[in-house]
Ligand binder design. Structure first.
Ligand code: 5GP
Length: 121
């Protein structure tokens, strides 16, 4: 998947579109999902131009990878879901229905989350 510099999260990173920020550091931005699917639903994104987990895992630096995963854990603790439990999810590509072509990790929590995934029909 080629990186589209005009995707919505690239525009949020450039400050062209507002977001409800919960966390930021040199490599990471995190904000509330605009259409939350659970009581806590946060998106954690790298600041680098990575379309999905596919190119992030292949091309990102150790520092970027560490920062993203450290941030996910910190945000979950700060949002109060680390004790009760939470789920992280990153859709990559067409079969996963990835909507926004900039890597994002969803954090879902604040309630029981049900089964991990729907079985195929
Ligand atoms: P995906 O299906 O790509 O894994 O998830 C994309 C997510 O981005 C969806 O949960 C959707 O609600 C969220 N989203 C789409 N546009 C915006 C936006 O402009 N702002 C925020 N905060 N979230 C967005």
């Amino acid at each position: 998947m080629a990186y589209d510099p005009n995707n919505i999260f690239a525009r949020i990173l450039r400050g062209e579109i507002p977001c409800k920020k919960v966390y930021e550091d040199a490599h990471v931005l995190a904000f509330h999902d605009i259409r939350p699917q659970t009581r806590v639903h946060i998106l954690v994104i790298p600041k680098g131009s990575y379309a999905s987990m596919d190119d992030f895992s292949a091309k990102a630096s150790e520092a970027e990878i560490a920062a993203l995963f450290r941030a996910v854990g910190k945000i979950a603790r700060d949002e109060g879901v680390a004790e009760s439990g939470y789920r992280i999810l990153a859709n990559a590509g067409a079969d996963a229905n990835q909507e926004v072509p900039h890597l994002h990790i969803h954090i879902f929590g604040g309630q029981p989350l049900g089964p991990m995934i729907r079985p195929p029909k």
